[in-house]
Design a protein around this ligand. Structure first.
Ligand code: GLY
Ligand code: MN
Ligand code: MN
Length: 488
């Protein structure tokens, strides 16, 4: 798209990059046009808006944060746009911490919890307001609403979010003037970090980040509903892929990636992570996201993909499918072993269980299978597990927390996560796999280039667990029947 409001002289166009040209009145705009653009616009202010669905939940989350850091000013930035090339940017995705605490998803914003005289904190969300039409920013500034679309007014935002709102352009001065202890979530907004350099320490900021990571281990009712929504949309995306496997065979893995992405954009916000569309031997590369390979009948397709909802909760699901709809005997043998391991893993997900239990249960099954198939000489499964030798083919941990981030709660302390105990509301993936690299000389030739993973999203409930991605079949015969139905 070119600028409608290009300067009149080529020299002026060359002299300044587009963004700067949009900032302020540049040559070629007559006083009459500038005056003309100030008026004649309808008042579109919206009144009496209802709070967003998660407003009561974000209030509770802020209350928990406030209780943990009494008397301290807390700054949680949304983050900024990132340049892709020249004057184009990557699609914006608000920081998980900011979105979790506000429900707002706008760029350059920040939440500030300021200690209140009577105890607790007063929350303020700092946002870019509607564009001023008087000073020309509406149509001449790069962030003007004429260019990027209508924003909420501060009053509208207050009603929607249930948080008092101020102009974000006041924030740097407010932070510079602030006295008393401050903590900031780092890594999202360099401008805010610069304004706070003299007031924060890396160690104290990290404690804030860790708290917000651990706060998200147990999901509230809103989050659980979002995760279910993400899994349901993801299931539709997998069905879409099965229906176009012939087109993928005629083109490449890209057809699968594009098909799933279409579903993610239509039913949600985005994909929650780069889709892994790994056909044939690519399935043995754990994070195969190049997705530029051939899709061949007779081989397996490992599809690991998740839709992220509009509120930024993602699914993380893997199915390994025979491209032609039927597993070969060896593919089935390997697939059924992974399925059995996943069943054992899922059965170990329940309140009171150690986080590590489901991994151990799945690894045991896989070690037993590898021994049974004669791939580990005379060793017993017990010895194999003791030495960890199964890991040549199981490669990765059996699962992780899931939520707004695909690898959620990533900076939670070991005692709260890996060494922790499961409780209702925890959501995690169970995703065992077996991967025989194409160049692995320690396995029979026919195994080489086969990779299988099955991944589901499991919610810990009061009496066990619920598989949020159960809509998609997992058993090999059920996968085949499902594919046959979809392919018609
Ligand atoms: N999709 C990445 C993972 O399964 O952890
Ligand atoms: Mn995963
Ligand atoms: Mn995955």
């Amino acid at each position: 798209m070119s600028e409608e409001l290009a300067p009149e002289t080529p020299e002026a166009a060359e002299a300044e990059p587009i963004k700067q040209r949009k900032n302020g009145l540049y040559p070629g705009i007559s006083d009459e046009l500038a005056e003309n653009m100030k008026s004649g616009w309808a008042d579109t202010e919206l009144h009496g808006l209802e709070p967003i669905a998660q407003a009561s939940y974000t209030a509770e989350r802020r209350a928990a944060l406030s209780a943990r850091f009494p008397g301290e000013r807390l700054v949680i930035p949304a983050g900024n746009l990132k340049t892709r090339s020249n004057d184009t940017e990557y699609a914006f995705r608000a920081s998980t911490e900011y979105a979790y605490l506000t429900g707002d998803l706008t760029q350059d914003s920040a939440l500030v919890l300021e200690p209140a005289a009577e105890g607790g904190h007063e929350a303020t969300v700092y946002l870019l307001p509607r564009s001023d039409r008087e000073n020309g920013e509406f149509w001449l500034d790069g962030q003007g609403e004429l260019w990027v679309g209508r924003r909420n007014s501060l009053i509208e935002a207050e009603q929607l979010l249930g948080i008092p709102a101020k102009d974000v352009r006041e924030l740097p001065a407010a932070l510079t003037a602030a006295t008393g202890p401050v903590r900031n979530v780092r890594g999202h907004d360099a401008g805010i970090e610069a304004a706070l350099t003299d007031k924060v320490t890396a160690e104290r900021d990290e404690e804030l980040r860790v708290f917000l990571s651990e706060a998200r281990v147990v999901k509230d009712a809103f989050e659980i509903a979002e995760l279910q929504k993400a899994c349901d949309a993801t299931a539709r995306g997998f069905e879409d892929v099965v229906k176009v496997l012939d087109k993928a065979e005629a083109t490449s893995e890209r057809y699968i990636e594009g098909t799933f992405f279409l579903r993610a954009r239509v039913d949600g916000n985005d994909i929650g992570y780069g889709s892994i569309c790994a056909a044939g031997p690519h399935a043995t590369t754990l994070h195969w996201v190049r997705n530029d390979g051939a899709v061949r009948s007779g081989e397996l397709l490992l599809l690991d993909a998740g839709v992220e909802t509009d509120e930024l909760y993602t699914a993380d699901v893997t199915r390994t499918l025979p491209v032609n709809g039927t597993f070969s005997p060896l593919q089935r043998k390997i697939y059924d072993a992974v399925y059995e391991a996943q069943e054992a893993g899922i059965a170990a997900v329940k309140p009171g269980a150690a986080f590590r239990d489901f991994h151990d249960a799945a690894q045991r099954v896989l070690a037993e299978k590898l021994v049974e198939w004669g791939l580990l000489g005379d060793l017993t499964a017990e010895k194999v597990l003791e030495l960890g030798l199964q890991r040549r083919w199981t490669l990765h941990g059996t699962g992780h927390m899931l939520g707004m981030d695909v690898h959620d709660c990533a900076v939670a302390r070991t005692e709260s996560y890996v060494n922790g105990t499961l409780e209702p509301g925890v959501c995690l993936t169970v995703e065992p796999g077996l991967y025989f690299q194409a160049d692995d000389l320690t396995v029979p030739e026919e195994y080489r280039g086969i990779g299988v993973r099955i991944e589901d999203d499991i919610l810990v409930t009061e009496d066990g667990n619920r598989n949020l991605s159960a809509t998609l079949p997992r058993r090999s015969d059920e996968v085949e029947a499902w594919m046959a139905r979809l392919k018609g």
